[in-house]
Design a binder for this molecule. Structure first.
Ligand code: 5GP
Length: 128
């Protein structure tokens, strides 16, 4: 069965898209730690990040780089945290999170509740 993220790539589940290429897709995390929290995924459905082959792995970081650069410029954060973590969705993903303090990237923190309009506004600013 396709992962929830593959369904997002296929458009079967809606998402706030930030960027797309033939191999990768980026969209806003629906339970963000900070406004702009984005997930970068390979379209190829692989569970574990380090099971991606070298080309896919390095390409994913390069794909994420442009998103992170724009995220930093748009949000004015000090740095963009790049985190590979989590066991919930069995489809490799990188979390990109605007960061001003290390505590901004504490996944135990309560997530933001944003309205569809707020998600849409953030997505339109971050979109490549
Ligand atoms: P993890 O595997 O990193 O623990 O969790 C997966 C991440 O994907 C979580 O941060 C969660 O909020 C996000 N997520 C799970 N399902 C969806 C979804 O349907 N849409 C979006 N945009 N994000 C999701």
């Amino acid at each position: 069965m396709a992962s929830i993220f593959s369904k997002i790539v296929a458009g079967e589940i809606p998402s706030y898209k930030i960027a797309e290429s033939d191999k990768y897709y980026a969209f806003l995390d629906i339970n963000p730690l900070a406004a702009g929290h984005t997930l970068v995924i390979p379209k190829q459905e692989v569970d574990y990040f380090y099971d991606l082959d070298d080309d896919m792995l390095s390409g994913m970081i390069i794909f994420a780089k442009e998103i992170a650069q724009k995220m930093k410029a748009v949000t004015g954060c000090k740095k963009v945290a790049t985190v590979v973590l989590g066991l919930e969705v069995a489809h490799a993903h990188i979390h990109l999170i605007p960061m001003n303090n290390e505590s901004d990237v504490d996944f135990r923190r309560e997530k933001l509740k944003l309205t569809p309009e707020e998600f849409q506004e953030i997505a339109s600013k971050l979109k490549l």
